[in-house]
Design a protein around this ligand. Structure first.
Ligand code: GLN
Length: 594
């Protein structure tokens, strides 16, 4: 009779008691890494990995995907994972790794979180950012508390388990419909291998309906052959397969759009349906990316894969970033804005400033070209080469640390103040504007900033009282969102249209109130401060067309649909300045012609 085979005589089954055997040798391997009340399937996960090379734009892709999913009506959040052993980005030099972004809760993190906040139009928190250092800190602390008693603590399951727990904690916090988790670096890096393993485990633990994988690669263009080359992508997907992950979507970054045959090749070699090979060619604006993904039905693919119904598309914003698309198709008067700084060679160090300018230029209707001025080699007695500022209609002095470049920045601030050139000083820029004003307008020739002259007798900027006893580095500055009380009738008040704002800070030094009376007497106004009026947070000079400094970083909270009011104020003032310079020029030429 046909049927189930009879194994009753099988030696293995008769002689070995499997349960008894396992009980004697090891305890259960199954360690649960779930937050309390966590329900599998409530949140769906999209893991984004990168291949071929770093810097292909995974951050912009992840943010665009988040934006798109939110636009369709899902509740969404995003996590950025970085492989390095730093616990956060607080001690990382922006010249090496790009800007340090600061969240409302004071977390110092990777600049990708800035892109997420701008695209999601949402405030993120500490749970949106995971580094190896943070994971290891949790594990080492637990081990010392005896929480793994009796066990050897291993990469699998403990490290991967803690990673899964952190990811699930963020999901549970919403709870969100979808969490986009971007794993930094490239597949094959030793640094991020435990994160990719955690993603693989989650694909299994939570099920294929609840977790999917997207791989973003670069498809190089071979100009002499006139074609896109798919081989690096094939290799990269194979590397991911070796780690146990079959991507569900491959996003191909390239100089030109993929054609059908390139899609077919990638489809065949990477086990992916042709319509799941998404083309992401270079564009003139990152704000085009969501619409570009939408045209390839990315959300439909995601919904299909994750087995969810597509919610109605929200109609509040008829087109994604429509104001940008409209702006890009028009023509606008051009203005040039100078940015001074140490890290001018690496624009990623100032990425939020560039974004804030972008938001404002769309709102104001101007084309902005940025000019970078490296102030590193200036000495205090060196005269300014004013030719450097020809054609410039606004100047930004950004945040910074240490002595290098400070005197140079002071020269540019002085020029802006004396010549009615619109100026915005950010954090260090605010502090240096005080030093310049004290020296030049208040007769305090030796006025200095304690950060570069600890011995000065006139420290107009000095260490915050809380900072004086601190010795450690990392997460020790005055960080995150704090309230600013805005003085009625000032430029700041005109810009904000409100008497209070929450702004993000990252500093150790502050204005020394001992000099407040003298400085205000000479015409500088502190138009923003803490509600208790202890810490000065915005300065301005009312007789100047636009001279504003902020102890906080307004660039961090500027959003595509809500440009930061002070950036907008600067751009508007720069446009007016440029137009009046043009009028002066026309008048002069007319005068000469007569
Ligand atoms: N170095 C200055 C301080 O610590 C300014 C910091 C900054 O520009 N973010 O206060």
């Amino acid at each position: 009779m046909a049927g189930a085979p009879d194994y009753s005589d099988d030696v293995f089954f008769n002689e070995v008691d499997l349960d008894a055997h396992s009980a004697k040798t090891v305890e259960s391997e199954a360690i649960e890494f779930f937050p309390t009340d966590y329900r599998i399937g409530r949140t769906k996960y999209i893991f984004v990995t990168g291949g071929v090379m770093s810097g292909v734009g995974k951050g912009v892709f992840s943010a665009s995907l988040g934006h798109l999913l939110k636009h369709y009506g899902f509740t969404v959040s995003q996590i950025k994972i970085d492989g390095y052993l730093n616990q956060d980005a607080g001690t990382i030099n922006p010249y090496r790794h790009g800007e340090v972004f600061v969240l409302e809760d004071g977390t110092e993190c990777d600049m990708d979180l800035g892109t997420y906040e701008r695209f999601l139009d949402d405030n993120l928190n500490r749970n949106n950012y995971i580094t190896s250092g943070r994971v290891y800190r949790i594990i080492l602390d637990k081990e010392r508390r005896g929480e793994y008693l009796g066990r050897d603590v291993q990469v699998v399951p403990h490290v991967t388990g803690e990673i899964k727990n952190l990811i699930r904690t963020k999901a549970h916090e919403g709870p969100y419909d979808i969490l986009v988790v971007e794993i930094g670096g490239t597949v094959g890096d030793i640094e991020n291998i435990h994160f990719i393993e955690a993603a693989r485990e989650m694909l299994y633990d939570e099920g294929r309906d609840n977790v999917m994988a997207v791989h973003v690669t670069q498809v190089p263009y071979n100009a002499s052959a006139g074609e896109l080359k798919t081989k690096p992508t094939q290799h990269s997907v194979k590397a991911l397969l070796q780690l146990g992950i079959q991507p569900d979507i491959v996003v191909c970054r390239s100089a030109i759009p993929l054609n059908k045959s390139v899609r077919q090749k990638i489809s065949l070699f990477c086990n992916i349906a042709e319509d799941r090979v998404v083309s992401s060619p270079d564009t003139d604006s990152i704000y085009r990316v969501p619409a570009l993904l939408d045209r390839q039905e990315t959300v439909q693919i995601v919904a299909d894969k994750l087995n969810v119904n597509l919610p109605q598309r929200t109609d509040q914003r008829p087109e994604m970033f429509d104001i940008y698309l409209k702006y890009l198709s028009g023509s606008h008067p051009e203005i040039r804005i100078a940015i001074t700084g140490k890290y001018t060679a690496l624009h990623d160090s100032y990425v939020s400033i560039l974004n804030a300018l972008d938001h404002s230029k769309v709102a104001v209707g101007a084309e902005i070209t940025t000019e970078w001025i490296d102030t590193t080699d200036f000495s205090s007695d060196q005269a300014l080469d004013e030719g450097m500022l020809d054609g410039i209609s606004g100047i930004i002095v950004p945040g910074g640390f240490g002595e290098r470049g400070a005197e140079g920045k002071i020269r540019f601030i002085q020029y802006a103040r004396e010549n009615g050139l619109p100026f915005l000083g950010l954090c260090y820029g605010f502090q240096l504007a005080v030093v310049e004003f004290a020296r030049d307008e208040c007769g305090m020739l030796e006025a200095a900033h304690a950060e570069f002259d600890a011995e000065t007798e006139t420290p107009v900027i000095y260490l915050l009282p809380d900072q004086r006893k601190l010795t450690g580095m990392g997460a020790t500055m005055r960080l995150g969102g704090h309230e600013v009380k805005v003085k009625v009738g000032t430029e700041a008040h005109r810009c904000y249209g409100s008497e209070s704002a929450v702004e993000r800070f990252r500093h150790r030094y502050e204005f020394n109130n001992q000099y407040r009376e003298l400085i205000e007497h000479k015409g500088m106004v502190f138009s923003g401060m803490t509600p208790d009026e202890e810490i000065m947070q915005i300065l301005e000079i009312p007789t100047h067309p636009f001279f504003v400094g902020t102890q906080f970083h307004p660039e961090l909270t500027s959003r595509p649909y809500r440009p930061h009011p002070l950036f907008r104020g600067l751009v508007q003032a720069a446009l007016t300045y440029a137009e009046s310079a043009e009028n002066r020029q026309v008048a002069m030429e007319a005068g000469q012609a007569e």
